[in-house]
Design a protein around this ligand. Structure first.
Ligand SMILES: O=C(O)c1cc(C(=O)O)oc(=O)c1
Length: 304
């Protein structure tokens, strides 16, 4: 099948810099995606965007170039609940990738077990309205109860403004809950203001809630962009990520978000995104927890 990209689509950055920051041995890129290729793994009819292709081989080449040991591949909404491309990537990874899928309530137990054997360890519930149609909460609760029995967790993606309305649903989830991209704070608001304070309270009061300190390129208003060798990119995001890192050092993850769907302003150099890490996790101890200990405990507990 032939696909035409969404107008204005920004393709992933083809020749990223070699990071200056040396990742600790065993570092995990805990949030990235594969897109298609569409000819082999068609994009879902219900998708809200049509991306450029971003194959497993391209992802694994990026992993090696940046110096990561492992990937956690998260189902992208352009593939709906067809996890074929993701499962194929897991199966080709030689055990170096684990996955987070999107499923509907009709999925069989056999299928869930097959996914588990392929390396799936979580499901993603998405509440970002520009990305997905609404799924009834009772369907999500049913899925959460089923995957809890497999020891999986739930990854949630939502906008900061929607947290109050989603609070009761999130806090009733029976598993570890991992928040994508810090709950998308508006970083033009104060880091100690009521909106981000609510997110911190969400983590403080719920010891099962983790957060990815990812996507500064999406959240930043002031930049500067991670391009042209910039070593101090996205400065307005730093206080937010540092705050979560220092208060919850055992419940944070980091990922590139490659191939960065739906960016409108610029496509970051992934090598320079890695150079952003020491700004939000300044000490070697924090870096080890963020990049190795925490993701290994969640995704490869048998090796931990
Ligand atoms: O903000 C986004 O557009 C976005 C989209 C997706 C997806 O389409 O799955 O995943 C992400 O992590 C972020």
């Amino acid at each position: 099948m032939e696909f035409t990209k969404t107008p204005g689509w920004l393709d992933w950055y083809a020749s990223p810099a070699k990071p200056r920051f040396q990742l600790p041995p065993g570092a995990v890129d805990a949030h990235c995606h594969v897109f298609g290729p569409g000819a082999e793994f068609p994009y879902a009819p219900e998708r809200k965007y049509t991306p450029c292709d971003a194959s497993k081989d391209q992802l694994f080449a990026l992993r090696d170039h940046l110096g990561f040991a492992r990937n956690v591949i998260v189902q992208a909404t352009c593939h709906g609940a067809d996890n074929g491309a993701l499962l194929d990537a897991l199966q080709s990874s030689g055990g170096k990738a684990r996955g987070v899928v999107t499923v509907r309530r009709g999925i069989s137990d056999d299928e869930l077990w097959r996914m588990h054997a392929a390396g799936v360890r979580g499901v993603r519930f998405n509440f970002v309205k520009r990305l997905v149609d609404f799924t009834p909460k009772d369907e999500l609760q049913e899925i959460a109860a089923r995957i809890a029995k497999l020891g999986w967790h739930v990854v949630i993606y939502f906008e900061a403004a929607d947290l109050p309305e989603l609070w009761d649903f999130f806090t009733a989830l029976p598993t570890t809950v991992v928040v994508d991209h810090m709950g998308r704070p508006d970083v033009s608001k104060p880091v100690d203001g009521p909106e981000f304070e609510l997110f911190l309270r969400f983590m403080r009061e719920n010891a099962n809630v983790w957060s990815k300190l990812s996507c500064p390129e999406r959240l930043s208003v002031t930049g500067p962009r991670a391009l042209d060798g910039e070593q101090a990119a996205y400065r307005d995001v730093v206080p937010f990520a540092r705050r979560v890192m220092s208060e919850f050092p055992d419940r944070v993850l980091w990922g590139t978000d490659w191939p960065h769907p739906n960016l409108k302003d610029h496509m970051p150099d992934d090598g320079l995104l890695v150079d952003f890490i020491p700004h939000i996790a300044p000490t070697p101890e924090q870096q080890r927890r963020l990049l190795v200990d925490n993701p290994m405990r969640l995704y490869w507990p048998e090796l931990d």
